[in-house]
Design a protein around this ligand. Structure first.
Ligand code: ATP
Length: 325
């Protein structure tokens, strides 16, 4: 059974449909990624889940029951790492952690144990008694994360937690999510950094304009992409049309773009195949035939490449836009 489900939620701000019928579920112990460009609706979705804003329609379920407005049991199970820092700059790291721990009713020895654990997890033990005003961006991000862990939530949401952080802090944060996953914590991780989502998420929803445009494991998503082969050739100009036709006639080829250079004999072919990007395929027979066709037309191939299958490319194919700004 899913730990958490979002069912067809919608939220508009005036004429802007920020979230447009979004549905997904998070399994126990799963790290679920929300990947989308700025403005895709990730923060709005997370704010709805956190109970900070209301939906126009749709429901959510946690542990098999519907989440009510002001649902205390759900909120106690949930840890939120917001996009904007939510720590007090005039308090030390220790004071911030104690304050937020107490807000969740953590006291006494448990508080002391959690404090030690959270400082350790975030790599902030040596800096525990410094006011956070003196912290670097990355340290503040780590503290922002640690604060959300003080009540040991079963379900965690992180909204762009690594924006503007140094590589060391980024590695710390990602490791921390992995460790929590190993301890059975379920996480929603929203980001527009494809590499992070790829590195830590079990399943990924790609979001654009408030809707999910693709969802699945990384392998499932990348398997939606068809392989493209680029051949750079030197070919007599009167052979280009014939070679293009021959390449196009291959049963696994969906289309060929030929581009002839103006100032050299180079012709570059972009060959779109119907082959999906997974380990079960063998590109050797197809590429051998394509290369033979060039040779048979007195051509030479001096470079061969396949376009990398990435979430960025999938997003581009599905939406016609890039993930990055
Ligand atoms: P970012 O990482 O930039 O915050 P996001 O994917 O989290 O991007 P949202 O912040 O959820 O996206 O924004 C979704 C859409 O809703 C955007 O078009 C945004 O401009 C709009 N929006 C968000 N909050 C408000 C608001 N309070 N009032 C009006 N429009 C809003």
């Amino acid at each position: 059974m899913s730990l958490f489900e979002v069912l067809s939620i919608r939220k508009a701000y005036g004429s802007v449909q920020a979230v447009d019928g979004l549905s997904f579920d998070v399994q126990p112990g799963e790290t679920f990624g929300l990947l989308g460009p700025n403005g895709a609706g990730k923060t709005t979705t997370m704010s709805i889940i956190a109970g900070l804003i209301t939906t126009d329609s749709g429901t959510m379920r946690f542990d098999g029951r519907e989440v009510e407005p002001h649902d205390v049991a759900f909120r106690k199970s949930l840890g939120v790492v917001p996009q904007n820092l939510a720590v007090y700059p005039d308090l030390t790291a220790r004071e911030n952690l104690c304050f937020f721990g107490r807000l969740y009713g953590v006291t006494g020895e448990t508080l002391a144990d959690r404090l030690k654990w959270a400082l350790d997890r975030s790599g902030l033990t040596p800096h525990a008694d410094r006011t956070t005003r003196t912290f670097s961006g990355g340290m503040n991000r780590r503290l922002n994360f640690a604060v959300a862990l003080m009540h040991r939530p079963r379900f965690l949401m992180l909204d762009e937690p690594t924006v503007g952080v140094d590589p060391q802090s980024r590695a710390y944060l990602l490791d921390c999510v992995r460790q929590l996953r190993n301890e059975g914590v379920s996480t929603i991780y929203a980001s527009h950094y494809m590499e992070e989502i790829e590195a830590i998420c079990d399943r990924i929803a790609i979001v654009d304009h408030g809707s999910i445009v693709a969802m699945g494991t990384l392998d499932e998503l990348l398997a939606q992409l068809q392989i493209e082969i680029r051949l750079r050739t030197l070919l007599p100009s009167d052979s280009v049309g014939r070679v293009t036709e021959q390449l196009n006639a291959h049963p696994h080829v969906n289309g060929v773009d030929a581009r002839r250079s103006n100032d050299s004999e180079e012709t570059s072919f972009l060959i779109r195949t119907d082959l999906r990007s997974d380990t079960a395929i063998d590109l050797a027979p197809l590429t051998t035939q394509l290369l033979n066709q060039i040779s048979e037309n007195d051509g030479r191939v001096f470079a061969i490449s396949t376009q990398e299958s990435t979430l960025e490319r999938l997003f581009l194919e599905l939406t016609g836009r890039r993930l990055r700004d």
